[in-house]
Design a protein around this ligand. Structure first.
Ligand code: ADP
Ligand code: MG
Length: 625
């Protein structure tokens, strides 16, 4: 067996019945949809045979003044009017997904409306359009394309997102899919999708080996590098980094600057600027396969050689290599640990980039698949596995980046799901009441690695009410944590004798951004010993407090068994123990407990005798024969 595999219940397919599932790369500049047909993933084309859909939407109104109808155009046709109608043509909306107005620090030509702490909307000819709605229009176009090509309704899609996307950005993507009428099978990290496309998930699951994979993604507007670790069929993003404003577009601008230098022209109108950028891009792309390219600018022919081009882009490539080194260091790995390097993104067609990456990692990067398509192809494979079209309904697992647990007495955290557990997962544990007659319980769900509540992140809380009054410790409350394949966490609590139940669904199951997750982890390692001591102390306090409570109740119940003197010395010892509890010193508490026991043990023995004789009173002689 190659992978840790789980068949989804009820999803084993009848033979010959193929479920229509697709993978979608919802990119910043381009989007793609792919599916697995006859066991092979392939990109689905539009009616003109074009594969890449520019992630651009144009919102316009057509008709005359009395009869205006909204017209929404997606893709190449929208891109064509981007220069003439910039405010109604929405480009690169992925950068706005799940971001508040406060977060948006980059340049853009749009009028944003909304509160500073909300996801803003764009003001267009058709009125407000949120980034989610714009993304939904792109996704809908891809859904319709897929349904036409496949001749049926889709069961669902795997949609890829950058590894660094936080929960808000992921949630925004899910909502966009919902608007587009797409059932999201799961969101998949883009680098993981790229690794799957190259079959890097197929390693021997039985062995304990880990595989380290570097995904170098140099696109149009962004650069991302991720270090993945594959172990026992589970992918984990060890580290990720990049630049949100470093991409092929920057190379185009460098070439335009070179043009201007050659022609001695500096200032050009926005339209001329666009034309220059377009020429630069064509020249750049040509130079990936030829030695020279000649461009005519202002009737002046200019010849750009690969050598000159490579000199121009060297500083840019060097910046990406510096990020690679840093991310590898963050992942605590060396170049020699890396088992595979994958190239993603159109800009990795540039031979100088391929050479530089090869030199850095001392190995030939994988580049046989089209770098524009890799992510979508991997998503399609994952979708196919999820709906059970694969040979054995295999499902590639993801993991929880941080532990999940709940608050117990003393402000401690009991972990139910440890970090790096493969999802989906269900874990149950029994809990009980602390006090006699307790009828309610507060379930406080936490995420993190530290021992105490205050050092973890609170994800939510709910109450279980209607527990029948019983002795402390008699009630049985089964708490279960469940994370589905999409990372949604649900927690439920059930009192087993009466069956009363209460639950909560928590959206941010992976909750924290990667940076936060890392911080939580490093803090937990740093404070491990301190945390352990604190845990011991808090546990001891809870135990002692419970014993004290029981003892005080017993003194009231069976006070006739005690002389005044015995009662007094018990009360003194109790007071000493209470003081000791307040010192928060484990040694003090232990000493005072021993001291109290010398007084209370005799009392306990007398109580025991009394209850035994009480029990015997009701029995008749015949019972003993
Ligand atoms: P994104 O992931 O940001 O949507 P892509 O992966 O689609 O971007 O990459 C687009 C970039 O790749 C553009 O800058 C484009 O000019 C560049 N590109 C595409 N083909 C080539 C090529 N043959 N040589 C050099 N650059 C290319
Ligand atoms: Mg991309």
């Amino acid at each position: 067996m190659a992978l840790l595999q789980i068949a989804e219940p009820g999803q084993t397919t009848a033979p010959h019945q193929h479920r229509l599932a697709v993978g979608i790369d919802l990119g910043t500049t381009h989007s793609l949809v792919a599916t697995v047909r006859s066991g092979r993933p392939a990109i689905l084309a539009d009616e003109n045979g074009v594969l890449l859909l520019p992630s651009v939407v144009h919102y316009q109104l057509t008709g005359n003044d009395d009869n205006l109808t909204p017209q929404t155009v997606v893709g190449h046709k929208a891109l064509d009017v981007a220069v003439s109608d910039p405010t109604n043509t929405l480009i690169s909306v992925k950068r706005f997904m799940g971001r508040s107005k406060n977060d948006i620090k980059f340049d853009h030509p749009y009028e944003l409306i909304g509160q500073a702490d909300e996801m803003p909307a764009f003001m267009t000819a058709q009125g407000r359009k949120t980034p989610i709605e714009v993304s939904a229009d792109i996704l809908k176009t891809l859904r319709i394309r897929a349904e036409k090509a496949l001749g049926g309704e889709l069961i669902g899609a795997v949609i890829t997102v950058p590894a660094y996307f936080d929960e808000a950005q992921r949630q925004a993507t899910r909502e966009a899919a919902q608007h587009a009428g797409i059932n999201v099978l799961r969101l998949l990290n883009e680098p993981t999708a790229a690794a799957i496309a190259y079959g890097l998930d197929h390693i021997d699951h039985e062995s304990n080996e880990e595989r380290i994979q570097v995904i170098y993604d140099f696109g149009g507007g962004t650069f991302d590098v991720s270090v993945l670790r594959l172990s026992k069929g589970v992918f984990e993003v060890l580290a990720t980094g990049g630049h949100t404003a470093l991409g092929g577009d920057d190379i185009d601008r460098l070439i335009v600057a070179w043009f201007n230098e050659q022609t001695g022209q500096a200032n050009s109108s926005p339209a001329e600027q666009q034309a220059l950028l377009k020429a630069a891009r064509q020249a750049k792309e040509a130079l990936s396969t030829q030695e020279n390219v000649t461009v005519t600018i202002n009737e002046k022919p200019l010849t750009l050689s690969v050598t000159t081009f490579e000199e121009l882009v060297k500083p840019l490539i060097d910046r990406t290599l510096a990020v690679c080194k840093r991310v590898l260091r963050d992942a605590k790995r060396k170049v020699s640990d890396v088992d595979a390097v994958v190239l993603v993104g159109g800009s990795t067609r540039i031979p100088a980039i391929q050479r530089s990456v090869e030199e850095l990692f001392q190995r030939t990067p994988l580049s046989t698949l089209d770098p524009d398509q890799v992510v979508a192809l991997g998503a399609a494979i994952s979708a196919d596995q999820l709906v059970g079209n694969g040979k054995d309904g295999a499902l590639l697992l993801d993991v929880t980046p941080l532990s999940l647990g709940l608050e117990t007495m003393g402000g401690l955290v009991e972990r139910l799901i440890p970090r790096n557990s493969p999802i989906p997962i269900v874990r149950q544990q029994e809990f009980t009441t602390y006090k006699d007659g307790q009828t309610a319980m507060l379930i406080h769900v936490l995420q993190g690695e530290r021992e105490t509540v205050e050092h973890n992140r609170s994800l939510g809380r709910f109450e279980l009410r209607g527990i029948p009054p019983m002795m402390a410790g008699a009630a049985r409350i089964m708490v279960s944590f469940q994370i589905d394949a999409d990372g949604l966490l649900s927690v439920s609590a059930r009192e087993t004798t009466t069956g009363i139940q209460s639950d909560i669904v928590i959206k941010p199951s992976y909750g924290l951004s990667h940076i936060d997750a890392e911080r939580f982890l490093t803090e937990s390692f740093k404070n491990a010993q301190e945390d352990k001591d604190l845990r011991n102390l808090l546990e001891a306090k809870v135990e002692v407090e419970r014993e004290l409570m029981a003892l005080e109740q017993a003194i009231i119940q069976d006070q006739d068994l005690l002389t005044q003197e015995e009662r007094d010395s018990l009360h003194v010892s109790i007071a000493i123990l209470k003081d000791a509890l307040n010192t928060d010193q484990l040694a003090n508490i232990q000493a005072a407990t021993v001291q109290l026991k010398t007084h209370s043990d005799g009392f306990a023995a007398m109580r025991m005798n009394r209850s035994v004789s009480k029990a015997l009173k009701g029995t008749s002689l015949t019972d003993w024969r």
